[in-house]
Design a protein around this ligand. Sequence first.
Ligand SMILES: C[S@@+](CC[C@H](N)C(=O)[O-])C[C@H]1O[C@@H](n2cnc3c(N)ncnc32)[C@H](O)[C@@H]1O
Length: 280
Amino acid sequence: MKKALHRVLALVQAAGLDRALMRLAKLPLLRNYILTNCWEKRTYHSFAEQYHQWQRIFAQADIRISGKHILEIGAGGCGGVGYFFLREGATRWLSTDQYQDPQTNQRLRKNEARLRAELRQQTPSFESLVQPEFRCFDAAKLQNDLEGKFDLLVSSAFFEHVQGEAVSRIITNMARYLKPGGLMFHEIDLRDHLNVANPHHFLKYTETQWRRLTENSIFYTNRLRSQDFKEAFVGAGLKLVHLDETQVPLPKDLPVVEEFRRYRPADLQTTVLIAILQKP
Ligand SMILES: C[S@@+](CC[C@H](N)C(=O)[O-])C[C@H]1O[C@@H](n2cnc3c(N)ncnc32)[C@H](O)[C@@H]1O
């Protein structure tokens, strides 16, 4: 099903109709409607898969979860993967998000109830486990009461969605939530979200064109490249302790616009960046 959708989207892109699709997605209120009612439902299995993937990376980087206080930024309105880490022995999991609020969004509440029902079946001691907490806030606004409270901060598919100008401020805030020596883990999806199977297509648009086509729509991503994020993390005084970059070659006939030509080819080719950083 996904493959067929990607093929249709590739045809749409090849025919130059992607602009029309992006303009359609900008219709007033459509973004909110999609985010509230149609966004892909996360299931027990998708969270379990994410948990196992992160667990493997944490094991490679020698990160232990037991007893840890963990903060998730841009969680998507659900305790999600947090339930699995609490089951593994973490002692606190705080999920946060600016827009997706399970207190006001019934659909998110229903999703979480389904996840909890499945977890209850799989885990006899579920009710006696610590439960994830949730809080709604903009990651660009410092939350004073969270300063220095966490051993580990995590985010996935979050950083590419924030306004480019806010990235440094968000990283500085994140660092303040960590205890000295604390770690942060980020998985950043650098692909064109219109069609992730054609991940570099959006490099053909200038920044002005891109903003006009996608601002305030579900297709907006800041298009910062791997190098920008690495520089921003190091610039905030964090030490890079683990790096994993998935790379996909650029199509030879893609007309990459001038503003992306200053990047090294390897940085343009990175489609997913996984970085673990340490606060001194
Ligand atoms: C693509 S979703 C990813 C959700 C989840 N992490 C996942 O992997 O499924 C990106 C999330 O980031 C949130 N977000 C975007 N900008 C934010 C900000 N400035 N502060 C906090 N959350 C933000 C959005 O509301 C959205 O739920």
